[in-house]
Design a protein around this ligand. Structure first.
Ligand SMILES: CC(C)(COP(=O)(O)OP(=O)(O)OC[C@H]1O[C@@H](n2cnc3c(N)ncnc32)[C@H](O)[C@@H]1OP(=O)(O)O)[C@@H](O)C(=O)NCCC(=O)NCCS
Length: 473
């Protein structure tokens, strides 16, 4: 049977290769018309390869991993954080819940540790004292003035440009003042690169709250809003105030939000994009810009927006206090419509995301009677029951995105298509801490080898022949 399958496949290999290497379809056709003919064939062909030869190795790597987004391959080293399927995210070996509990509370009356402390911890591996975390705040307040050329560019952007595209553009333009570019041009030593990457990273992080708040006020508030950092505020306090939301509890939520969204190993799209671009020795402004382009994808950072859209539909359809059966029916209808339940599932996690749990604990403390919070808490019990019944969902439990939106809405941050910017501001801490270490350790330019369709065919033939020989022996 196996031989028969391999033979059939070898035949279709030749056919598929013909399609790619010779003219296909009638002469005089445009590119799109040709592609419309070739693509369905090639899709079937590659799907066939995955089905029949997914577990065949190319060298030591299974075809399934090569064709499946490089899943499961330990190809990167990340010093700042690690992800465990059931225990969740660890910063420097410490579970996120413990990190949240141990980070110093710098502001009087604050219930949450600061992202400044988290950045110190991610970067150095040492939990900062209150004074050390405060020093980071002071440093960011000193460095946080956004240069006029960037302000001018932000104000000139069409308000219809997505906030994430604006964030990426702003970061890219800030590379005009890159210390790394300046030092590299003057011939800095390779061993010293990290020092300039550190300077740029600190400057960029310091400017991000102002940049992100300007995007918000320009797009949603007619350009009116404060653009100056208050030296007495911390990073989250300044950001919240510039968003026009100076409530103490909201600032605490921002501290928590910025800490828990900061880092997620280095294989996720935003971190990997920054790592890849940085490996070519692009400066941190360009790396973060690339990272934000990845975060803007709906399978990555945009999911928090999707959750809220779904919850809004649910509340509109069955009200704020529906029965369990009504909720189950709504979930079934979502699935029958061919959609996923947003905020549930994960590529690596196999249990409730601890970042969901810490947000729920915050909600229970500050706003447990909020209808959105109540609903999200109930869904936490109901959705997994329904998803488990499908029998195919690897992780039926909630991820970080299932909770964040209702908390933001509770504090009147209503504009859903801005939510990924908040995520991005936080993610800067992780990806830039990683970047400093990538240059410190002198990681080389990233250059995975790609193989052609005929190489793939040759590998599979060889593997099949090997198996047949073994059988005969
Ligand atoms: C996060 C996600 C992209 C992970 O994808 P993945 O690793 O391929 O997930 P799985 O291995 O569990 O997928 C197996 C099947 O379960 C389905 N599935 C996974 N999560 C699901 C969900 N929340 N609702 C319905 N079906 C889901 C997948 O679509 C897939 O179905 P298919 O075989 O018909 O294509 C996926 O769980 C998802 O789409 N979740 C909703 C979006 C979301 O919350 N994203 C934010 C992630 S932090």
């Amino acid at each position: 049977m196996r031989n028969g399958r391999a033979l059939n496949h070898n035949l279709s290999f030749s056919k598929a290769l013909l399609c790619t290497s010779r003219s296909y379809g009638s002469k005089g056709e445009g590119i799109k018309a040709k592609l419309e003919k070739v693509i369905p064939q090639q899709r079937d062909y590659f799907l066939g390869i995955k089905c029949l030869h997914g577990t065949t190795n190319i060298g030591t790597i299974p075809v399934n991993s090569v064709m499946g987004g490089m899943r499961g391959l330990p190809l990167l080293i990340c010093l700042t954080s690690s992800l465990h399927p059931t225990k969740g995210i660890f910063y420097r070996g410490m579970p996120i819940k413990e990190v949240c509990a141990k980070l110093p509370r710098v502001k009087k009356g604050s219930s949450e540790g600061t992202p400044e402390g988290a950045f110190y911890f991610l970067t150095t591996g040492c939990m900062p004292t209150k004074e050390e975390a405060q020093d980071v705040t002071n440093e960011w307040n000193k460095r946080g003035k956004v240069p006029p050329f960037c302000l001018k560019m932000l104000d000139a952007l069409d308000k219809k440009i997505h906030p994430m595209a604006q964030l990426s553009a702003a970061s890219a333009c800030l590379n005009m003042n890159s210390k790394f570019v300046e030092a590299y041009t003057k011939g800095a030593k390779r061993a010293d690169y990290w020092k300039y990457i550190y300077e740029d990273s600190m400057n960029l992080i310091a400017m991000l709250p102002t940049v992100a708040a300007i995007i918000y006020t320009n797009v949603f508030k007619g350009g009116k809003g404060c653009r100056e950092l208050n030296k007495d505020q911390d990073w989250s306090g300044n950001y919240s105030t510039m968003l026009g939301l100076p409530d103490d509890d909201f600032i605490d939520l921002m501290r928590l939000y910025m800490v828990i969204h900061a880092d997620h190993e280095s294989g996720n799209v935003s971190a990997h994009a920054s790592h890849l671009v940085g490996s070519a020795l692009a400066d941190p402004f360009l790396c973060f810009s690339a990272s934000m382009c990845g975060l803007a994808g709906p399978l990555h950072g945009l999911a928090n927006q999707e959750v809220l859209v779904w919850l809004t539909k649910l509340r509109k359809a069955i009200g704020d206090d529906p029965s369990d059966d009504e909720i189950k029916k709504f979930i079934d209808d979502t699935l029958k419509g061919g959609q996923v339940v947003p905020g549930y599932g994960h590529a690596v996690l196999r249990d409730t995301d601890p970042r969901f749990t810490v947000q729920n604990e915050f909600a229970m403390k500050h706003c447990k009677d909020d209808p959105g919070v109540k609903l999200v808490t109930r869904l936490w019990k109901i959705v997994p029951e329904v998803l488990k019944k499908l029998g195919k969902v690897a992780n039926p439990f909630p991820n970080v995105d299932a909770h964040s939106g209702v908390l933001l809405q509770h504090y009147c941050l209503m504009e859903m298509n801005y939510y990924t910017v908040l995520f991005g501001v936080s993610r800067a801490l992780g990806v830039l801490a990683q970047l400093i270490w990538s240059r410190a350790l002198g990681y080389p330019i990233e250059r995975p080898k790609s193989i052609s369709a005929s190489d793939l065919c040759a590998f599979i033939r060889k593997a099949d022949e090997g198996k047949d020989k073994k059988k005969k022996c």
